[in-house]
Design a protein around this ligand. Structure first.
Ligand code: FES
Length: 141
């Protein structure tokens, strides 16, 4: 089978799907490879992500990885959320077909963009290198 049971589960029953009113950070990113887009909302309390929501015009793999990513960052500090790699999300889903790995990058980037927005809105200083654009360090795409 092409997709793992976990991928199918998160695709068919995405966790934390939807919009969030009064989000503390919103990240919107696009996938250069396919044109799909993803929006991620985070609620932050005392540096801890207490709630996450996402919306996507993306494929099934983008939905599954974002759903898993929201579960992985909920309850974590914003710093920990920045450490989340698309690779870790893919592993948590028991893998993705190689040609779908780029879809998981959308989830990682959306989380980072949401944290950056939170930092910007709250005048929290950070190292811009954390959000440097360019080649994805994980998948080199
Ligand atoms: Fe675009 Fe998967 S094909 S995110």
């Amino acid at each position: 089978m092409l997709y793992s049971e976990k991928v199918m589960d998160h695709f068919q029953n995405p966790r934390n799907l939807g919009k969030m009113e009064n989000a503390d950070g919103i990240g919107e990113v696009g996938n250069a490879k396919c044109g799909d887009i993803m929006k991620m909302y985070i609620k932050v309390d005392d540096g801890i992500i207490t709630d996450v929501k996402f919306n996507t015009f993306g494929c099934g793999s983008a939905i599954a990885t974002s759903s898993m990513a929201t579960e992985m960052i909920k309850g974590k500090s914003v710093e920990d959320a920045l450490e989340l790699s698309n690779k870790a999300v893919v592993e948590a889903l028991d893998g993705l077909p190689t040609h779908k790995i780029h879809c998981s990058v959308l989830a990682e980037e959306a989380v980072k963009a949401a944290v950056k927005d939170y930092y910007d809105k709250n005048n929290i200083s950070y190292d811009p290198a954390l959000f440097a654009e360019g080649e994805c360090p994980h998948c080199h795409e």
